[in-house]
Design a protein around this ligand. Sequence first.
Ligand code: C2E
Ligand code: C2E
Length: 169
Amino acid sequence: HEDMRRLASTDSLTGLLNRRAIETAAQTETALSLANGVPLAAILVDIDRFKIINDTFGHRFGDLALTQVALCLQENIRTIDLVGRVGGDEFAIVLRNTEWESAMTIAERLRASLASLLVDDGEFQTGIRASVGLARLDASIRDWDELVLRCDRALYSVKESGGNLVATC
Ligand code: C2E
Ligand code: C2E
């Protein structure tokens, strides 16, 4: 059933692909890109100090923030790209058939768009900051897991320097 399949692959809060679904799609996409010599880039987005937002304003407000972040990501990439929620406040994006220079532009566009968000539930208001880690397929990478590891390392370096930046690895 098409409806059942969509439910099983969707993150219920944000409507994005869930972790399992984006991982499955990304693994396939990575293998195809490697086999065909097509460029591909991956992005991890992690909301800065999300735990503080949650603890300060409550879980409902945290959920609103996550929903707005998801929408913002979706609106700033092409429909052919993949975006999923891979952790509480972490999102993964697969840029299909995208050159490295473009990927860097897109990553910065995403960071800047998120930084311009205002989360407002009528009672509380806060801005959003996010750390962005970016990596591309090259000859040294064999699969999606290795690509994500690179993104993770880049993300770690952004977190170390205070967040709200894009880093590559
Ligand atoms: P740009 O924004 O500097 O993007 C340069 C190139 O990066 C694009 O070349 C495309 O190859 C890649 N790119 C940019 N954003 C994305 C993305 O979200 N996903 C993927 N997969 N690739 C992306 P292209 O297609 O020749 O476009 C040239 C210029 O045309 C773009 O320069 C932009 O100024 C404009 N453009 C094209 N499509 C759109 C669109 O849907 N919305 C807007 N606002 N501008 C667009
Ligand atoms: P789409 O291709 O799915 O792109 C969705 C959104 O991702 C765009 O919304 C834009 O915010 C961002 N985006 C995608 N590609 C680019 C890009 O190359 N550069 C920049 N700066 N942003 C990009 P937007 O702009 O409202 O466009 C909505 C839809 O209109 C696009 O959906 C696409 O189907 C179409 N479109 C807009 N501009 C162009 C264009 O220059 N060329 C083509 N072929 N289609 C366009």
